[in-house]
Design a protein around this ligand. Structure first.
Ligand code: TTP
Length: 651
């Protein structure tokens, strides 16, 4: 459900950075001979050449589209290079793309608060950096302006195709400009510099939108691609929004958007303007009504969250058509693969980032062969997460059984068939910092113990015959809101129950559909002075100088030398990804919108589950076992021990 948040200020400077044909660029970096060639990345399923999940800009010029399969792409562009997505455990393995996304995030985070929104998208709050620049290095005093900044698209500015750069220069350096426009101009310099740094350090190009809020920045980032940036001035907001199809707006791709169309005849954002806030509140409730009224006017108070790591991890696979899973055994087989992958990623997150996840959720898309109730969705189920692939699998199987039983209703026996699973995924959310130090690990154990259910006759409780569903505290989630992928990908991808990019094709929908939905009441947000991730704040002039000395070249020049055209023959429509529903497998990081309250930890040594110890690194298992024996030995654990070291932030 959308949350109506008033703008905290209309002079924030927010950027949305979106990588260009991301998977293709990652593959081209890996195989440089592909650079400049029409290239596409195809999914794991190779039927008809595999569904395209990423299409390079050279291939787009030849008419290749993401909705095509490899065979069709070869027909329209015979010289196309098709690269298959890496595979592990019989499914797509996105690790290489995830890691590439992390490289980019670490660079973008240098200038302000940074929120990793999907595998290839980032929001930046550059307000402080822009204000500093305005104070210390006013643009009108700059002698030369980098080409990359002059190439910016300024919405509302009339260009003639001849001296566009001069017109942009004039706009950037206007002495009498509104303060907010001056800040936007500073934002354009900062973003151009960041994009050049990304190019130099990773070889990837990206595009960006620069605006006063997240919603507008996101709308703009896809308007001029690849390797370009677009500025949304306050005066251009009305013209930008009015003609936009309502369904293209984030969070309006689903039922709410459909209701606006059918119930109110609202087809564009401009159509919404005729309704008063009270009227919209009457129809959709106070929060959603206000939110709708606001977005029609370009108002959105969403803050950029300081978060460089994903909010959740997920592993999923789709089983389209005849590949649908029709037996409990086949579901279990695939759950094993998914749970192993999820467990590995959780372990890596614990080791690398010292984070632990608290909630396990299972999503599925299903059908009944004798469908009497075609609208019924497979309910997503959650329970506390226990570490270790075996436990995750055990719990996932139980969650699946509970969900299936609910989906089928009491009159159908799951064992006798009559159902099929077309999408299956598991995700881990409610990720928080792992407690550090010896005293904290005890809390960690307590948390694990809390999750542990093996001492209970859980199998019994999960029997499908049993009327009381799960022994685990399962929670239902509306399937329509499963992931950010509301499609972070129907595309193949990002379909709701698949994820990672959460990030939704739905990159947009991703945010619409989420694992856990909570009704948020609109809360006025107070301006928040958050410290930049990078404490170092050299003056803007100094930074630029340093960059220049390193020989910054413009992105345009880089692209030309790499035979990659920067012209935007095929401009990505604002949320084109949303429409291109491919049909296969994808996994994604899920950004769940779970409750973010930190858990309360308590420790009681009697409650420690021995099995948890086995999941710890070998170097600390012995120590913990000693600790678990007679309680008098518990004191042998000292601060600075191996355990403390294991969880210490320095590790
Ligand atoms: P997008 O940002 O939607 O697209 P893109 O980066 O390929 O191209 P553009 O320049 O137009 O932004 O998606 C980012 C990556 O996510 C994409 O390279 C591949 C992956 N993806 C899927 O796996 N399935 C999908 O359905 C979509 C839309 C993307």
């Amino acid at each position: 459900m959308p949350v109506a948040r008033p703008e905290t200020s209309d002079s924030r400077i927010i950027a949305h950075v979106d990588m260009d044909c991301f998977y293709v660029q990652v593959e081209q970096r890996k195989q440089p001979h592909l650079r400049g060639q029409p290239t596409a990345v195809v999914q794991y399923n190779s039927w008809k050449g595999g569904g395209l999940i990423a299409v390079g800009y050279e291939a787009r010029k030849d008419g290749v589209k993401r909705s095509m399969r490899g065979d069709e792409a070869k027909k329209v562009c015979p010289q196309i290079q098709l690269v298959q997505v890496p595979v592990a455990r019989g499914k797509a393995d996105l690790t290489i793309y995830r890691n590439a996304g992390s490289e980019v995030v670490s660079i973008l985070a240098r200038k302000g608060r940074c929120e990793r929104a999907s595998i290839d998208e980032v929001y930046l709050d550059l307000t402080e950096a822009a204000e500093t620049m305005l104070k210390e290095t006013p643009i009108e005093s700059l002698e030369s302006i980098d080409e990359e900044v002059l190439k910016s698209h300024v919405l509302g500015l009339c260009l003639n195709g001849k001296d566009d750069k001069e017109i942009v220069r004039e706009w950037l350096t206007r002495r009498d400009a509104d303060h907010r426009d001056k800040l936007l101009a500073c934002g354009a310099f900062i973003v151009a510099e960041l994009r050049l740094q990304v190019l130099q350090e990773t070889e990837f190009t990206c595009s960006a939108g620069i605006a006063h809020n997240k919603m507008l920045a996101k709308l703009a980032s896809g308007m001029n691609k690849p390797a370009q940036q677009t500025i949304v001035t306050l005066s251009s907001v009305k013209g930008l929004l009015e003609p936009l199809p309502i369904k293209k707006m984030k969070q309006l791709g689903g039922k709410l958007g459909s209701s606006l169309q059918t119930d109110l005849g609202v087809n564009t954002v401009g159509d919404l303007l005729q309704f008063s806030e009270e009227k919209l509140q009457d129809i959709y409730g106070a929060n959603t009504g206000t939110w709708l009224w606001n977005i029609a006017r370009g108002i959105s108070g969403d803050e950029v969250e300081g978060r460089l790591l994903p909010k959740s991890h997920g592993s999923g696979k789709t089983f389209p058509g005849v590949r649908a899973l029709k037996t409990l055994a086949s579901v279990e087989k695939w759950l094993k693969e998914l749970c192993e992958e999820l467990s590995e990623r959780l372990q890596l997150d614990l080791e690398t980032n010292k984070r632990v996840a608290h909630t396990l959720t299972l999503h599925a898309n299903a059908y009944k062969s004798t469908d009497t109730d075609s609208h019924k969705k497979f309910p997503s189920k959650s329970c506390p997460l226990r570490y270790g692939a075996g436990k995750i699998l055990e719990d996932s199987v139980k969650l699946f059984q509970a969900g299936l039983r609910e989906f089928l209703g009491s009159y159908m026996n799951p064992v006798s068939g009559g159902w099929g699973i077309t999408n299956l995924s598991v995700s881990a959310s409610k990720i928080v910092a792992a407690p550090s130090g010896t005293s904290s690990i005890t809390r960690y154990f307590h948390g694990q113990d809390r999750f542990h259910t093996s001492s209970e006759p859980s199998d019994e409780k999960f029997k499908l015959e049993d009327d009381k569903l799960s022994p685990l505290r399962t929670e239902n989630h509306s399937a329509s809101h499963q992931t950010e992928c509301g499609g972070e990908q129907p595309q193949v991808t990002h379909d709701t129950s698949s994820f990672d990019r959460y990030e939704t094709t739905c990159k947009d929908e991703a945010t619409e559909g989420c694992l856990t939905l909570q009704n948020h009441e609109p809360k006025p947000r107070l301006p928040e002075k958050e410290k930049n991730i990078n404490d170092e704040k050299p003056s803007y002039g100094q930074k630029r100088k340093a960059t220049k000395e390193k020989g910054t070249s413009s992105i345009l020049r880089f692209l030309q030398t790499n035979s990659c055209s920067s012209s935007n023959q095929e401009t990505k429509c604002l949320s084109s990804g949303l429409q291109e529903a491919l049909d296969v497998e994808n996994e994604s990081l899920i950004e769940s919108q779970n409750n973010r309250r930190a858990s309360q930890w308590r420790y009681n040594i009697d409650e420690i589950d021995q099995s948890v110890v086995e999941e710890l690194p070998p170097e600390i298992q012995d120590e913990v076992r000693t600790w678990l024996r007679p309680q008098k030995q518990a004191n042998t654990v000292k601060r600075g021990s191996n355990i403390a070291h294991y969880f210490s932030p320095q590790k």
